[in-house]
Design a binder for this molecule. Structure first.
Ligand code: HPA
Length: 250
């Protein structure tokens, strides 16, 4: 089975249950990763882990070196990459605590280095990647099956809208995203997914809703609400990943 990597998002500066074997800071042609890469085993399954916001949640979404992170994971032998992401729920059935494996995305980010092809010396020659289906169908199916095996309900598709952050959205921005067909809103799903595709990695996102998106409930979105739901979601996300890991080695 291919080497699995997990990129942790908010709430996942470490991976619950991971037996750490080695940690190493790696440098890439694109700079440093968010944190040292961690090699370990989750319920016996070899796994690479990288927290995209750094060891202590310090790197905001617009300052993450997405290119270094994806390049480093590929260089370390990762073939399958699961990107964890805390999100706001836009669709009516996406309340706090909901797990979702999106099948589509819309990119609203700006001014991020979204490609390995910048025309810089040493860059690969330009290749227009196909991104019709932005996520790897096989890995999505594995996540959905693992959720079912773990007894967790999961929304098996959805459209992820990636915003620039670090501020949350206005109510009007969320209404526009809803009209566009977005079910979820987050700040880190892009360019991560596109960069993974550029390097031929099989990438899927596992999203967990930590708040109703701005304007979808009464009052402002608070960090207290987000943090409380992050704690709840980390239990189900951790359980799902442990089930997936066990399935991989069985
Ligand atoms: N908007 C954008 N990103 C987020 C949100 C949100 O409401 N919640 C968690 N990440």
């Amino acid at each position: 089975m291919a080497r699995l990597a997990v990129i942790g998002g908010s709430g996942f500066s470490s991976l619950p249950g991971l037996d750490v074997e080695r940690r190493q800071q790696v440098d890439t042609a694109y700079g440093e990763t968010s944190a040292p890469l961690t090699w370990g085993r989750l319920d016996g399954c070899p796994l690479l882990f990288l927290p995209r916001h750094g060891d202590v949640h310090g790197i905001p979404p617009h300052r993450i070196n997405y290119r270094a992170n994806i390049r480093a994971l590929a260089d370390a032998g990762a073939e399958h990459v699961i990107g964890l992401g805390a999100v706001g729920g836009i669709a009516a059935d996406c309340g706090p605590g909901v797990l979702c494996v999106p099948d589509q995305l819309i990119d609203y980010t700006s001014a991020r280095l979204g490609s390995f092809y910048q025309g810089d010396p040493g860059d690969p020659a330009l290749d227009h990647i196909d991104f019709t289906e932005p996520y790897c169908a096989k890995l999505r199916a594995e996540l959905i099956e693992s959720a079912e095996l773990a007894g967790l309900s999961v929304r098996a598709k959805g459209c992820y809208g990636a915003t620039q952050g670090p501020r949350l959205e206005t109510a009007a921005e969320i209404r526009r995203m809803e009209r566009d067909g977005c079910d979820l809103v987050g700040m880190t799903g892009m360019p991560e997914a596109a960069l993974a595709r550029e390097l031929g990695l099989c990438y899927a996102a596992l999203c967990f809703v930590v708040n109703r998106a701005p304007g979808c409930s009464d009052g402002p979105v608070t960090m207290a609400e987000i943090n409380a739901n992050l704690g709840l979601c980390s239990v189900s996300v951790g359980g799902l990943l442990q089930t997936l890991a066990r399935q991989r080695i069985s």
